[in-house]
Design a protein around this ligand. Structure first.
Ligand code: SF4
Length: 471
């Protein structure tokens, strides 16, 4: 029997999907890319854009027609707004929160589905009961100089299920779910709920297993990673302590690995986080610090809860303690009420912070977010113009960094074949894209050194110098 999974949205949904796939495999289902061949079809939904929500409705309309001709079970999970959830209940066979993933086998069985390996329906119930118990002293991982980690798991979470990783060299570890920030343009606090931190003992255990298995790139995932542990203050590690322990563990392993995290929030990005990164070679020197706007007035309307002065302080710590770090950001242009002067402040921020990369988005109201009810009063033409101007500004500051790479030999992780024929591609520790001529696919998933010969604002190209010798 086969299943087909549609994954929409961000890295968090993709990490959740790896756990969904593990559950399906335990039930005896094989994955198929062809939805027509599937006995069970599911969708991990995203509510960030109307387009993604429309896609869920069009998919289920099609799948429900197929039910006239074949036995088919459909489900939806992921980021779903309460209103859509009510509508989905009438359209899908199963609608559940990702936190309930461990109970999915039981849901299928209650629905009357006989799964290929139906005796496994109890497996996760046992796992959940085990996860809910407090950790024994022996289960707690201890590292010198830092207080022992706690295991304060309570309500079930997606991370209680062991995933099947889609890559053999890069992996994502969920460390936190939900958000308490309520930025006015974002629906995440309404779809994923309030912040819940994963027990640090579980995070360190999963990271250690990945490092020992030779993973080269690990990304800690959360909607707002900097507030990790704040929901369990005094009982759980802070984000800086978590990074410190993980960095120490990775450094001590003797394996080469780059550990990243996303997404941080400037308000909660404390100096001790930057200090922790500076102490460990395994913690990647790449920081993604979403600015969203360079205008304090716009930041207030966005409810971002920081000022440009605060943001500037964080960048100053980064430049002081991590001089080689690359700096990435997110920007929204044309947010409700953004005037010329406010847009000019964002341009000034681009020049001041000299980003290596910025993901620039034209504002569009998102269903479920507070600003959805506000008048979207910056015209599409103006948004497009501001987008183009800011992209040009970004190119000007980014190329200053990549120009410095010309003639240098840089370390990179090869991630796959490039669009350019007979080229491989990947990125540096700072996530600058690198291409080099090679058709040797055995290099994918390896660290190699490349001598840079030509550069663009966001990518560089060169010749392979040498490959890491695996021991
Ligand atoms: S910090 Fe803001 S943008 Fe990020 S998930 Fe929370 S509400 Fe959304």
């Amino acid at each position: 029997m086969k299943y087909h999974l549609v994954i929409l949205g961000c890295q968090m949904n993709h990490a959740d999907a790896e756990r969904m796939q593990a559950v399906m495999a335990k039930l005896g289902y094989a994955s198929t890319d062809r939805e027509e061949d599937a006995d069970v079809i599911g969708i991990i939904a995203c509510s960030v854009r109307q387009k993604a929500i429309d896609k869920v409705y069009s998919k289920i309309a099609k799948w429900n027609k197929w039910k006239n001709k074949k036995n088919l079970v459909t489900f939806v999970s992921g980021c779903v707004l309460p209103d859509d959830r009510q509508k989905f209940l009438k359209l899908f066979d199963l609608v559940f929160d990702m936190k309930e993933l461990a109970s999915f086998p039981a849901m299928l069985s209650q629905y009357g589905v006989t799964t290929p390996l139906s005796n496994t329906t109890k497996i996760y119930e046992a796992d959940m009961a085990e996860a809910a118990k407090p950790a024994t002293a022996a289960q707690k991982l201890k590292y010198a100089g830092v207080r022992p980690v706690s295991n304060v798991s309570a309500a079930p979470q997606t991370w209680d299920v062991e995933p099947i990783y889609n890559s053999s060299f890069e992996a994502y570890i969920p460390i936190q779910n939900g958000c308490n920030k309520f930025c006015t343009y974002c629906a995440v606090p309404y779809t994923r709920g309030r912040e819940v931190s994963r027990p640090s003992s579980d995070i360190l255990k999963e990271a250690m297993q990945l490092i020992n298995s030779g993973y080269k790139s690990i990304t800690l995932l959360g909607q707002n990673v900097n507030s990790y542990g704040l929901d369990k203050k005094g009982e759980e590690l802070s984000f800086a302590e978590l990074l410190d322990q993980l960095g120490q563990m990775a450094d001590d392993s003797g394996n080469e690995v780059w550990v990243y995290f996303t997404s941080p929030h400037p308000r909660d990005m404390t100096r001790d986080v930057i200090e922790a990164i500076s102490r460990h070679r395994s913690l990647a020197k790449q920081i993604h610090l979403p600015v969203q706007s360079g205008s304090d007035k716009v930041l207030i309307r966005m409810n971002r809860k920081y000022s440009m002065d605060r943001y500037r302080d964080v960048v100053t710590w980064i430049r002081e303690l991590l001089p080689t770090a690359t700096l990435f950001t997110d920007v929204i242009v044309g947010f409700t009420g953004e005037d010329e002067e406010q847009f000019e402040s964002t341009r000034a921020a681009m020049r001041e912070f000299k980003y290596n990369m910025a993901y620039i988005a034209m504002y569009s109201p998102r269903p479920g977010a507070a600003s959805f009810a506000w008048q979207d009063d910056v015209s599409h033409a103006v948004k497009k113009e501001r987008y183009a101007i800011l992209t040009k500004d970004l190119e000007k500051v980014a190329i200053v960094h990549t120009e410095k790479m010309k003639g240098q030999t840089v370390r990179m992780l090869v991630r796959g074949k490039d669009k350019k024929e007979a080229y491989l591609t990947g990125h540096t520790e700072g996530k600058i894209i690198v291409r080099f001529p090679s058709s040797d696919e055995s290099l994918i998933g390896q660290f190699v050194d490349v001598k840079i010969e030509s550069v663009r604002p966001f990518s560089v190209e060169g010749e392979l110098v040498k490959q890491t010798v695996e021991v």
